[in-house]
Design a protein around this ligand. Structure first.
Ligand code: 5AD
Ligand code: SF4
Length: 441
């Protein structure tokens, strides 16, 4: 038997990528590679990459440069590039990045042992074939995250919404959903191992629909996972506003253990921009969905993604984004400058005509407004009591514990005799823009 080789995986980008890295860890473990948390002792380093914005790719390029230097000291080290950048750049990446031995797209991870064997024999190895049905349903992910309380379950892959700015449909291929039985079983196994919170993941979870089962959609799956155990919290990400149905809203409202936090990327508050982005909804339609959510669940937190400076965006369009943020009163937001991505409709048909300076100015206004909204939302929680799932000790003090409430806000409170994994009723006494502070009641 060969000595076990050590594998170090570095993950960039979204939660989906972190979940994929766990699948990769599992495939490699079956093939005699042991995961390590120390890159220095690794025989193999995989970089799981993101292509969503140019700066995400630049970060990976910089890292590959560093690894190139490391490889000079450790000639036996093998470097693999996985995920979206592998898919987007294919062979080109082998030509441009001398340090790279293996290129593997997001649907080809089962081929990794084979590709590793090729690389070990000194060849360059590549598989970037996209699949119409790969969901890795039978692979039990190797958990990388330490806290042992929360875990991801990938429920669907790919995206075919083709928002005009977005590279994901090109890097992750067609939408396909995983067999619900395997998802529910994974949730049960995780609960038995002590996990208390799972996040169902997909590029667009509300269009979940397993081919083998008629009339079984995301609300059905969510209800079935929530029924695994009332002590198992269930979250999901990410949702497209066009698919957030009344049925789904009612399901979230019906189960106390389905978290009252919805991430609903708006991208822009201007219907003109939304049309140009091919988002398939208007400002009014989005606001109607928000008011339906709030009608059924007044306590529900709402977070979003926003892009500043998309092609042809006027000051009026930008003002519409600021006003929709205020109207919804987002609890949290991820905010970005538009970054043109190759192959997308926007790259092919529209001009990236908002200057860097204006993009930055608009993004700053958006970020400043969101800071106020988050602070306002946190201040409104002072005096309320929340059930908090304890995740660990607070970064700032060992005497404090840190966890989250159903709304996904971080809550810090004195430790007493509570421990990780406990549900604790906490009364909020103070807050910052990012954290709620309280004490157990
Ligand atoms: N430029 C900037 N932001 C983008 N996003 C997706 N594509 C781009 C792009 N080309 C943002 C969207 C999406 C989030 C994951 O990333 O807001 O919801
Ligand atoms: Fe994830 Fe999207 Fe980045 Fe791919 S491009 S890693 S799907 S965020």
């Amino acid at each position: 038997m060969n000595k076990q080789k050590k594998l170090y995986i570095e993950t960039y980008g979204c939660q989906m990528n972190f979940s994929d890295s766990e699948i990769v860890g599992s495939i490699m473990k079956e093939n005699n590679y042991q995961s390590t948390k120390n890159s220095e002792e690794a025989d193999v380093i995989f970089i799981n990459t993101c292509s969503i914005r140019d700066n995400a790719e630049q970060r990976v390029r910089k890292r590959l440069g560093e690894l190139n230097a490391l490889k000079k000291q450790k000639p036996h080290l093998k470097i693999g590039v996985l995920g979206c950048m592998a898919e987007r750049l294919k062979e080109k990446l082998l030509e441009e990045e001398k340090s790279v031995d293996i290129i593997v797209g997001p649907d080809a991870y089962r081929d990794l042992p084979q590709l590793m064997a090729e690389a070990e024999s000194g060849q360059k190895a590549i598989n970037v074939i996209l699949s119409a049905d790969e969901t890795y349903a039978d692979i039990t992910p190797v958990k990388i995250d330490e806290n042992k309380i929360s875990a991801f379950i990938s429920i669907m892959r790919g995206c075919q919404n083709f928002c005009s700015y977005c590279v994901v449909p090109f890097t992750r291929g067609k939408e396909r959903s995983r067999d619900p039985e395997t998802i529910i079983q994974e949730a049960k196994d995780l609960f038995e191992k002590g996990y208390r919170e799972i996040t169902l993941l997909g590029q667009n979870v509300n269009s979940y629909s397993f081919e083998g089962r008629e009339n079984y959609h995301f609300p059905n799956l969510l209800a079935d996972v929530a029924a695994v155990n009332p002590l198992l919290r269930v979250r999901f990400a990410t949702s497209h506003p066009k698919d957030i149905s009344d049925d789904l809203i009612k399901t979230i409202a019906a189960y106390p253990n389905i978290c009252k936090a919805i991430h609903l990327p708006v991208q822009s508050g201007s219907t003109n921009m939304l049309t140009k982005m091919n988002r398939k909804y208007t400002r009014e339609w989005y606001l109607e969905r928000i008011s339906t959510i709030k009608k059924h669940m007044p306590e529900c937190a709402i977070s979003t993604d926003i892009i500043a400076g998309f092609c042809d965006e006027t000051e009026d369009d930008h003002a519409d984004t600021l006003s929709i943020m205020q109207e919804v009163g987002y609890d949290y937001a991820f905010m970005f400058k538009y970054s043109e991505r190759p192959d997308t409709v926007a790259a092919k048909k529209f001009e990236d005509n908002i200057s860097e300076e204006i993009k930055s100015k608009r993004l700053t206004e958006i970020i400043n407004l969101q800071r106020q909204l988050s602070h306002h939302s946190n201040k409104a929680d002072i005096g309320k009591v929340f059930e908090v799932l304890v995740e660990g000790t607070s970064k700032k003090s060992k005497e404090q514990l840190s966890g989250r409430n159903s709304q996904n806000k971080v809550v810090v409170f004195p430790k007493e005799n509570y421990k990780v994994g406990d549900y604790v009723q906490v009364k909020i006494t103070d807050c910052t823009t990012a954290t709620l502070v309280g004490e157990a009641v």
